[in-house]
Design a binder for this molecule. Structure first.
Ligand SMILES: Cc1cc2nc3c(=O)[nH]c(=O)nc-3n(C[C@H](O)[C@H](O)[C@H](O)COP(=O)(O)O)c2cc1C
Length: 405
């Protein structure tokens, strides 16, 4: 049975800071930015005078389904800004505090230089790869992101479907607007379930069991989301999670804030699925995780939404790869926007990367077809990068292609 968060419950969670990363901060007061038919809005909020009655705070997400012509994934942010209510856009786009981490995710990727090898007579690049036994069309997967109903009416259904159509893997967040079973049915592609633990183990156990029963093939345990999602811009805009977009899988908005290895053990004992640790930012933690039987490491700074000042993930990656020493796969996210970014992450030892915000922008702008367009574009860029660099398979990408100066 799904559980609707009441407005009071949500506000209580936000006030104590207990709501997890997908949860925004205050009341649904964002204004619709325009009136395009596919644009999102908050019904009843157009008036500038008397506050709209609670019943009228209905969030209306974009509904358009279309293929997108994408020059650069970066273009999508400005386009999405035009069709999303400002609060929802800020919630998705911004990073924490001074946005140091979100900026450095990009700056540090841009700083790396590549060196191709010519006259090597390689066949056409093949982007396919395998990750924890899942066959993928490319080494790029969808990162878990909550509240996808903010981006599009189809919410997680559209994002999962678009990702699956692109032949790659969708990670569903605990903080989703659609049920575990609906999302599982929406994609023919592989899928993982990301868990935020509750204080009580009962509801978490139930989520893990439902995910396994629905056909998810791994559990992603996010360890870095105590109080993210609070950016200056969402505070200024007084943004909150719209009451008509409930988090239908969690029975409570309160997620566990004090995590330890006993929580990892609890998940490992409760599910037969492999457990991936997401939010790893140090070699020590990665080493300990591997020792404790974690199946994969996801190097992530939550897209700059958590502790501002954490270094870029591309900076942290080599040390973590060294600590893991090939024993389990390493996935990296935060800031990936280009085929060359994927190439760089793989060259520095990642087995795959995860894409965050661009998927939500593609979803907002074109539904599941928009998401597919995002993957088509970044795959074309990666293919081009591989072709010019002189590699024909994903496994061949290594540090020999990084220019050391
Ligand atoms: C709107 C939004 C919601 C997110 N919600 C979650 C979540 O529910 N669980 C989680 O593990 N990570 C969450 N994340 C973090 C992503 O999984 C990922 O680490 C990050 O977005 C990657 O950075 P990028 O957006 O720069 O690609 C969220 C990110 C965004 C943008």
């Amino acid at each position: 049975m799904s559980h609707m968060l009441s407005r009071r419950e949500f506000l209580a969670a936000a006030a104590t800071g207990a709501a997890a990363s997908a949860l925004p901060i205050s009341v649904a007061s964002a204004q619709a930015s325009n009136t395009e038919s596919t644009a999102g809005s908050i019904a009843g909020n157009a008036s500038t005078s008397a506050p709209a009655p609670a019943a009228a705070d209905i969030y209306v997400a974009p509904t358009g389904e279309r293929e997108l012509v994408i020059g650069s994934l970066d273009d999508l942010e400005a386009q999405a800004r035009k069709i999303l209510p400002p609060g929802a856009f800020a919630y998705i786009a911004s990073g924490a505090d001074n946005q140091v981490t979100i900026r450095s995710n990009r700056e540090e990727l841009d700083r790396i230089r590549l060196l191709p090898r010519y006259l090597v007579g390689k066949p056409a690049p093949d982007l396919s790869t395998t990750l924890l036994g899942e066959k993928l069309s490319m080494p790029i997967i969808t990162a878990p992101m909550g509240a996808q109903g903010l981006a599009h009416e189809s919410a997680e259904i559209g994002a999962a479907r678009g990702t699956g159509e692109a032949g790659t893997l969708y990670t569903m967040s605990t903080a989703a607007n659609r049920t575990i079973e609906e999302v599982a049915a929406a994609t023919r592609g592989p899928k993982w379930f990301q868990i935020y633990l509750h204080d009580d183990r009962g509801p978490s156990r139930e989520l893990l069991q439902r995910a396994e029963a629905a056909g998810f093939t791994a559990i992603v345990f996010t360890i870095d989301a105590f109080a993210p999602g609070a950016s200056d811009e969402t505070v200024r805009l007084g943004f909150s999670f719209p009451p008509n977009l409930p988090l239908v899988n969690s029975k409570t908005p309160f997620f566990k804030r004090s995590l330890g290895w006993d929580d990892v053990e609890f998940i490992q004992r409760t599910t037969r699925l492999p457990v991936i640790l997401k939010g790893v930012v140090s070699p020590e933690l990665a080493r300990e995780a591997v020792k404790r039987g974690v199946a994969a490491i996801q190097v992530s700074n939550h897209g700059g939404r958590g502790l501002d000042g954490i270094p870029a993930t591309i900076t942290l990656l080599p040390g973590i790869v060294e600590a893991v020493d090939g024993r389990v796969p390493v996935i990296m996210d935060s800031g990936i926007r280009r085929g060359t970014d994927v190439f760089k992450a793989l060259a520095l030892g990642a087995d795959a990367v995860a894409l965050g915000r661009p998927v939500l922008y593609g979803l907002a702008l074109g539904g599941s077809r928009g998401v597919k367009s995002v993957y088509d574009r970044i795959a074309a860029e990666l293919q081009r990068a591989m072709l010019i660099a002189g590699v024909s398979t994903i496994d061949e990408i290594n540090s020999d292609y990084i220019y050391e100066g």
